[in-house]
Design a protein around this ligand. Structure first.
Ligand code: ZN
Length: 132
């Protein structure tokens, strides 16, 4: 686990993250579809928050959505929080890391069984921890 990140200032986040990670995690940005190597990640393991290292998704819940963003049908228990996002003239459900509050992506109700949910994540907001 990384050190406690809950009270980092904006300047500290800017220093700690790459410019693209900062733009997505701390400024609710969206990476360009198809740009994340994590989209094609197929090994077993866990996806961690790029901001604080908290485990977010198990690779077993990842599915090929064809959107160009890493997509999951369910997060790990208690790993993420959600919030209604009314930007871009749409009502969407924003998803963020429950520990550091970093923006991860959005969740849509058009995913596969068993949850019917599609967690559409920015790969740059995560890192992959392969299990042996
Ligand atoms: Zn985090």
């Amino acid at each position: 686990m990384d050190s406690d990140t809950t009270d980092l200032s904006d300047a500290e986040w800017r220093e700690r993250l790459t410019p693209e990670q900062y733009r997505v995690l701390r400024r609710h940005g969206t990476e360009r579809a198809g740009t994340s190597p994590l989209d094609g990640e197929k090994r077993p393991g866990r996806f961690l928050c790029a901001g604080c290292g908290a485990p977010l998704f198990d690779a077993a819940t990842k599915f090929e959505s064809g959107t160009g963003w890493p997509s999951f049908c369910a997060p790990l228990g208690g790993a993420v929080g959600t919030e209604t996002d009314r930007s871009l003239f749409m009502t969407r459900t924003e998803v963020h890391c429950a520990r550091c509050g970093g923006h991860l992506g959005h969740v849509f109700p058009d995913g596969p069984a068993p949850t019917g949910l599609r967690y559409c994540m920015n790969g740059v907001a995560m890192r992959f921890d392969a299990s042996e």
